[in-house]
Ligand binder design. Structure first.
Ligand SMILES: Cc1ncc(COP(=O)(O)O)c(C=O)c1O
Length: 404
């Protein structure tokens, strides 16, 4: 098709005209998708290697999830939590079982799950641990990404995320990620929680040193501090296990979940913890109009059932090794570092060659969609339904981009 017959350029301009420019999307306009593939307004197809930042772990429009959504749309969509609906009990029971916890608290976005975790930890600190009123402290890591609310950006170390959004919420101490000594030194009698991503996704799929997460677990147990694992991006099959913490056999006190929990259809997030922790919340102390709505529960229950089969975790572990082999072969051929856990890879391109953004634009021209994160790092996180051949295809396109 000749360029001036394409719909994409005007569709990109239209999309930018009446929106705040808080994103810098690739100039591609998607109109449909299935499985691991996207189609744009000009009929061009792309292999999705971002999967909605892991919100599409089960691929686009997974038949079981779409069926659950359609069936629920025809019956009941919203009640608010003022009334109980018939999808709620199964969702809570099955998600709690998947997490090995007593209770769950459903919300909508990831940031809300993080805010919920912070509130629960503070209340637990005052009511159970006996922290001096107003003094509760939470230790977090440098390079964290937990969302965009004013409280969450208060403890971000990324100036784009934080600058000019103050005054900032107090009560957080930031320590280097992966440094157990620094963490140990930061914990004191007012510490109610350690809040960490078991792998830092936005930072470029940064995996902490082996032994770090078990060390955090032990420290939290010894010092009567809650370990909150933000598994919003790393969890639900992405890394080859249900949770990234599973790689080292670590069980946190609280899981924060989101993204893939909504099956790429509706925003669903949740906090999972035992009754001695989540039980501190009483009626009126926390909530959300849409949290745990019937449509969300119907879809998310089906997500939990897909995960309960173990099939997606297995695919991610097996195909992740193929992705690792393919990417490691490009070290010294345009890549300077590769970090892989399951079907999740952080890939550092030689900055002398090109930026991450340029690499993603060139990948787009070759029919592969990925997204840069910091500088020359790109993240590959395809839907877990991707095939071995499609992984080889994505790696071959990256190799071609790096070869210029
Ligand atoms: C680890 C982590 N926590 C929290 C969030 C925030 O989720 P949401 O964008 O749904 O608010 C994200 C989003 O990227 C994330 O990666």
């Amino acid at each position: 098709m000749i360029d001036d017959m394409l719909r994409t350029p005007s569709a990109v301009r239209d999309a930018e005209r009446h929106t705040a420019h808080n994103y810098h999307p690739l100039p591609v306009v998607i109109s449909s998708a299935e499985g691991a593939w996207l189609t744009d307004v000009d009929g061009r197809r792309y292999l999705d290697c971002l999967a909605g930042y892991s919100a599409l772990n089960f691929g686009h429009r997974h038949p079981k999830l779409i069926e659950a959504a359609h069936a629920q749309l025809d019956r009941l969509t919203l009640t608010s939590r003022a009334f109980i609906h018939d999808q709620f009990a199964d969702f809570c029971r099955e998600l709690a079982a998947l997490c090995g916890k007593d209770l769950v608290l459903p919300m909508n976005t990831g940031a809300e799950a993080v805010e919920t975790g912070i509130k629960v930890a503070r209340k637990w600190g005052y009511q159970v641990k006996g922290v001096t009123p107003g003094q509760a402290n939470i230790v977090v890591a440098e390079g964290n990404f937990h969302g965009r609310t004013t409280t969450i950006v208060s403890f971000s170390t990324d100036s784009d995320a934080r600058a000019d959004f103050g005054p900032y919420t107090p009560g957080f101490t930031v320590v280097p990620y992966g440094d157990l000594d620094a963490l140990t030194a930061a914990v004191d009698e007012n510490t109610v929680a350690v809040l960490l991503e078991p792998i830092q996704g936005e930072q470029g799929v940064v995996v902490p040193p082996e032994g770090y997460l078990p060390g955090v677990r032990q420290l939290c147990t010894d010092r009567n501090v809650l370990f909150i694992a933000d598994e919003i991006q790393s969890g639900l099959g992405r890394t080859g296990h249900t949770f990234a913490c599973d790689h080292e056999g670590v069980v946190p006190d609280m899981y924060l979940l989101g993204k893939a929990l909504g099956g790429g259809i509706v925003p669903v997030s949740a906090v999972a913890a035992n009754a001695d922790v989540l039980g501190v919340l009483k009626p009126g102390q926390h909530g959300s109009t849409f949290g745990g709505n019937p449509l969300a529960c119907a879809v998310a229950t089906e997500v939990v059932r897909l995960l309960a089969t173990g099939e997606f975790q297995r695919r991610s572990a097996e195909l992740g090794e193929r992705l690792r082999t393919g990417l490691e072969a490009l070290l010294g051929k345009g890549l300077v570092a590769v970090r892989v856990r399951g079907l999740w890879a952080g890939v550092d391109i030689d900055p002398a060659l090109m930026s991450g953004r340029e690499a993603c634009e060139r990948l787009m021209e070759r029919g592969v969609l990925a997204k840069d994160t910091h500088g020359s790092t790109i993240r590959l996180a395809p839907p877990l339904v991707i095939t071995a051949d499609e992984i080889d295809h994505a790696v071959a396109q990256l190799a071609a981009v790096l070869a210029g």
